[in-house]
Design a protein around this ligand. Structure first.
Ligand code: ADP
Ligand code: MG
Length: 266
């Protein structure tokens, strides 16, 4: 009997560094797992922050996303459990930083991640979250080709919206070529400070320009979110009652309910 179940794949992406991609991948992943979903985080950033933040030691990175993409390592050999039930990770190392050069001439170079995530080992997951590097490199394009939708963390700061147009153009290019079904899941405001005029202004601008694409959940600036990685765990494991943990639970619920609505017949 054919099994039609396949994971929903979200690329967490924004070519700006430090906007909350990795924090979102880790904590949204943990929140979805808390809600009963089986989740895989794919670390596609050579800095490997998601891997470190989830407790994969440097020694335990023999098989990583580099081997997955460039050496045909089976996905099953790359996936590690984390300290959180139902949350797994495919870790990364700095080896990944050479992929743009190494893949320069390969014809199928934008499909490598898509192929890797089409294997049986991926089908046991409900959600796959790809933590992208801070660039629109070949790695990010691989993520855009492999995913169903893009989740864009937007830091509530000056110039936040400027970089988005470049990302949207790249999304459009990929949609016109390698991934016609590519959607934008949404833009999530991160490091939001309710008392700060700038946060409010960025939110107003984002909602005026992007409308429904801006998710209702806002992630507040919360010190627990920045502390948790040094304890090698998501904030939800470190301090479940913190505002940061609760915001990521809200984000997970919002994403699940938007998904459920889309599945309803028109
Ligand atoms: P990116 O992956 O986009 O480079 P990170 O998720 O690594 O961004 O976040 C950049 C820095 O900001 C990290 O030190 C992280 O701990 C911190 N940070 C991210 N989101 C929050 C937040 N909501 N509140 C407080 N600190 C945050
Ligand atoms: Mg990161």
């Amino acid at each position: 009997m054919p099994d039609t179940k396949r994971p929903r794949i979200l690329a967490v992406t924004n070519q700006k560094g430090g906007v909350g991609k990795t924090t979102t991948a880790i904590n949204l992943g943990a929140a979805l797992a808390e809600l009963g979903e089986k989740v895989l985080i794919v670390d596609l950033d050579p800095q490997g922050n998601a891997s470190t933040g989830l407790g994969v030691s440097a020694k335990d990175r023999e098989n990583t996303t580099y081997e997955l993409l460039l050496e045909d390592a089976p996905l099953a050999d790359v996936i590690r459990p984390t300290g959180v039930d139902r949350l797994h990770i495919a870790p990364a190392t700095t080896d990944l930083s050479s992929t743009d050069v190494e893949l320069g001439t390969q014809e199928n170079r934008v499909f490598l991640l898509k192929d890797a995530l089409s294997s049986d080992a991926a089908m046991v997951f409900d959600y796959i979250l790809i933590d992208c590097p801070p660039s629109l490199s070949l790695l990010t394009v691989n993520a855009l080709v492999a995913c169903d939708a893009v989740l864009v963390p937007l830091q509530a700061e000056f110039f936040a919206l400027e970089g988005l147009s470049q990302l949207m153009l790249t999304v459009r290019d990929v949609r016109e070529t390698a991934n016609p079904g590519l959607r934008i899941e949404g833009v999530v405001l991160t490091m939001y400070d309710q008392r700060n005029n700038l946060s409010q202004q960025v939110e107003a601008d984002a909602r005026a320009t992007l409308g429904e694409l801006v998710l209702s959940t806002r992630i507040p600036r919360n010190v627990r979110l920045s502390e948790a990685p040094s304890y090698a765990m998501p904030a939800l494991a470190y301090d479940p009652q913190s505002k940061g943990s609760q915001a990521y639970m809200d984000l997970a619920s919002e994403i699940l309910s938007r998904h459920a609505k889309r599945k309803e017949p028109a």
